[in-house]
Design a protein around this ligand. Structure first.
Ligand SMILES: [Zn+2]
Length: 363
């Protein structure tokens, strides 16, 4: 893999990028959190100073304590309990991604987390979709271009997966492109939700599963072989099935080989993994090895607010840590576009008419 120039942060921002793994409640602007708290009467924020709050989010998520990590989401979800708040957050999400050069994004959220103020699941979904539509309109108005799809998540520790899967299918012509399960992996294997995955399959609908983030290979194996996941949310622990000997020889176990042979997309989120302690640093992140072995890797943000990151900053970190050049950035981008849950002809259109022409001048 050779490249002519080292991509700069500004160029990476301008480059068309594709994002498959981004949580709506993990990507709010700090200023919006403060304003929504004021408007909705939420009084739990640690500070109402915007700059200080932004730092608080990354610090709390960084602390290595699960309690403080979860507290960050208590605040974002806490201010997202009205239709207006949900629509605003969704619209700003689309604007922020477009400003960062993202041309296609799948943004996910768990509708059940936004019903504390009395909203029905349907009302939550409609409000978020209205926000995404508004965001796309604003981006188009200023001459930009972005397409967004939504993934509905069920929470592993709750027992509503089938209900959420039914909603994902019901709203598939209204912008919902797939389904996911999120939440703690340990103690909540994906096979607990087999009925939901079965429902998605019989309805010819798409789903990914958060698996192999902190938890090991068993979770990845279940997600693929028992549940039928098309993609893996994170999936980074697949490296536990890859042996590198002292002389540099690499050997894939049967599961790792299966994942690579079947081109199962890995939704890798480097900064997020460092923050949760799944890996020590970006330089130690398995993405370098997985890229060398040509797994179908994609680069993602996970939670932009908590990690203080963007798609372009994630790529910039990979340029620094692994010497990624334009060839690798394009490869990850096309990998992601190929792995998206929208129709084949639409994926092809973005690859051939938006992504490839831009990178052609640089690779
Ligand atoms: Zn995630």
């Amino acid at each position: 893999m050779s490249t002519r120039t080292v991509p700069s942060p500004e160029e990476l921002r301008a480059a068309p990028k594709v994002l498959l793994h981004d949580h709506l409640d993990g990507g709010l602007r700090p200023s919006t959190v403060v304003e929504l708290a004021e408007q909705t009467g939420y009084d739990g924020l640690p500070t109402t100073d915007v700059a200080e709050l932004g730092r608080w989010f990354t610090r709390a998520a960084d602390s290595g304590s699960l309690e403080s990590y979860l507290e960050t989401f208590a605040h974002t979800c806490g201010v997202m309990q009205t239709e207006e708040a949900l629509a605003r957050v969704a619209a700003e999400c689309v604007e922020d991604l477009a400003d960062d050069g993202v041309v296609y994004a799948e943004v996910r959220y768990a509708p059940e987390l936004f019903t504390e103020g009395g909203l029905s699941l349907d009302a939550v979904i409609k409000a978020v979709q209205a926000g995404f539509t508004e965001g796309e309109r604003r981006v188009a108005e200023r001459g930009g271009r972005i397409r967004t799809g939504t993934l509905l998540c069920a929470m592993r520790q709750h027992a509503r997966a089938l209900e959420i899967a039914e909603l994902a299918v019901r709203y598939r012509d209204a912008g919902v492109v797939g389904f996911d399960i999120a939440g703690p992996e340990a103690g909540f294997p994906p096979t607990r939700n087999l009925d939901a995955f079965e429902y998605m399959r019989v309805n010819n609908a798409h789903f990914t599963i958060h698996a192999g983030e902190a938890f090991g290979l068993a979770s990845i194996w279940e997600a693929i072989q028992h549940c039928g996941a098309e993609r893996l949310g994170h999936g980074v622990r697949i490296v536990d099935d890859i042996k590198t000997s002292a002389d540099g020889k690499v050997e894939l176990g049967r599961l790792a080989a299966y994942v690579r042979d079947r081109r199962i997309p890995l939704e890798l989120c480097p900064s997020s993994n460092v923050q949760t302690g799944a890996v020590g640093s970006i330089a130690e992140h398995p993405i370098g090895l997985l890229a060398r072995l040509r797994f179908r890797i994609t680069v993602n943000t996970d939670n932009r607010l908590m990690s203080g990151c963007s798609m372009s900053s994630e790529f910039a970190a990979l340029v620094d840590a692994f010497g990624f050049g334009w060839a690798e950035v394009q490869w990850c981008t096309i990998n992601a576009m190929k792995s998206a849950f929208i129709d084949f002809d639409q994926r092809l259109d973005l690859i051939n008419n938006v992504i490839k022409p831009w990178y052609a001048e640089r690779v």
